[in-house]
Ligand binder design. Structure first.
Ligand code: FAD
Length: 394
């Protein structure tokens, strides 16, 4: 009998963790991993590269280092769609790849909310090339700051005051402070403005934690403005506040206002909302038991009737469950339900500061930032093992 083919799309937190677990179970099947890059990127550190406080090579390791070549073939290519009727994955460059079982773990894209000019002029924190663009822009601002005697300051605007934006602002303000100190630069040459409909509200944290984060960033020079972004132009951003449209002049607008699942989900005709599929409790797609979806492309109901947020923590745990269920499908055994074990949330405010909620306790400052490092290193170790840990240790 022909050996079955398991195809995994995406070597992020969910996909690579699932591959690692599956390889350990040595299924009687051929495994194919498809990813657009030869590297696994630590998406939870993208904001550091954007702000210029970390280097791209310190947040990635080769996908190959997790591949067991006796069981798995790695294909580097971009997935363009899934032909579910014919059980084929369509690729940008290579021939389509057929599958018996498919695990989709293609992660997130920025949610642009249909805002005019956002696609053309907004910079996003969504993958390595997008954060390298932000970094180049910030490097240019700093270079001008160092050499010019121009009076008017440069203005940098961040849209959205959620998790990603706050973490980015934490790194950015740290970098600006150290540039001022190290190069004896005049202060107030860069204005940093963050616009959000409710700037002091982060769903994962209580008011005292959010207040701590916002006031720390304000002390470091960030101005929070209440408003909803309406339009982005090359030289300015428009927002609505109390029914009035206002404009801030800037040529550097960074959008951190939300995410959606990979566009491959929508393009492949799945029943979706924001390119996320409401999966069955065992992570399979309703009516398609040979397809599992995990991570930011999936939506998992929480006990309160909502949907769990898209996090690396959930993607990793789903990766374990998906590996078990793929092996169970091959062996003809019952699948297990995914049960999310919430372990806490940490939001960094730069290298030495953070807010955290861990096991029902609130932490702030250095202890919270230590917790962030523990969480990050644990996830690197859980997928990439000791070699990846040594490569990314700082
Ligand atoms: P990802 O880890 O995003 O991996 C998707 C993979 O698919 C990538 O390798 C990508 O290259 C590949 N891919 C995408 N499209 C294609 C294609 N068409 N063809 C081929 N390959 C493709 N979560 C937390 O739990 N804690 C945090 O502290 C935290 N901090 C964050 C900070 C920032 C700045 C950001 C942006 C996110 C943060 N998150 C955090 C969220 C977390 O990063 C995501 O929830 C997580 O990455 C989702 O994992 P995933 O497995 O679904 O996909």
């Amino acid at each position: 009998m022909e050996r079955k083919k398991i195809v995994i799309l995406g070597a992020g937190y969910g996909g690579l963790r699932a591959l690692k677990e599956l390889q350990e179970q040595q299924p009687n099947a051929d495994i194919i991993m498809i990813n657009k890059d030869p590297y696994h990127w630590e998406m939870t550190s993208l904001h550091e590269v954007a702000a210029g406080t970390n280097e791209p090579e310190k947040i990635c390791y080769p996908v190959d280092s997790v591949i067991d070549s006796k069981q798995t073939v790695f294909i580097q290519d971009t997935v363009t769609g899934i032909d579910r009727d014919n059980k084929k994955v369509m690729l940008k460059q290579k021939d389509p790849v057929s599958f018996d079982y498919l695990l989709i773990a293609l992660g997130f894209e920025s949610e642009l909310l249909g805002i005019e000019g956002m696609k053309e002029y907004g910079l996003t924190i969504s993958d390595i090339s997008s954060v390298e663009r932000i970094r180049t822009q910030i490097d240019q601002i700093l270079a001008e700051w160092k050499k010019s005697h121009k009076e008017e300051p440069h203005t940098l605007v961040v849209g959205g005051a959620g998790f990603t934006s706050i973490e980015f602002l934490g790194e950015l303000t740290e970098r600006l402070q150290s540039e001022i100190q190290n190069n004896r630069l005049p202060k107030n040459k860069v204005n940093v403005i963050c616009i959000d409909p409710s700037p002091d509200d982060m769903p994962a944290f209580d008011h005292s934690q959010t207040h701590y984060a916002v006031s720390k960033l304000e002390q470091r020079g960030v101005t929070f403005v209440t408003g909803r972004i309406k339009k982005v132009e090359p030289n300015g951003v428009y927002y609505e506040n109390n029914g009035k449209i206002k404009m801030i002049e800037t040529d550097t607008f960074i959008w951190g206002g939300g995410i959606r699942g990979s566009s491959v989900i929508k393009n492949s005709g799945f029943k979706e909302k924001h390119s996320r599929v409401l999966v069955q409790p065992d992570l399979t797609v309703e009516g398609e038991p040979n397809i599992l979806i995990i991570g930011d492309c999936s939506a998992v109901p929480d006990p309160n009737g909502g949907i769990y947020p898209a996090t690396a923590q959930i993607a990793l745990q789903q990766g374990d469950c998906a590996a078990y269920n793929l092996k169970a499908l091959l062996d003809g055994r019952p699948l297990k339900k995914f049960v999310y074990q919430y372990r806490g949330t940490v939001c960094s405010l730069g290298p030495k500061d953070a807010i955290a909620t861990v096991m029902g306790k609130n932490l702030k400052g250095f202890p919270a930032s230590l917790m962030k490092k523990i969480v990050d290193y644990r996830s690197i170790w859980k997928i990439g093992g000791v070699r990846a840990l040594l490569r990314l240790w700082r």
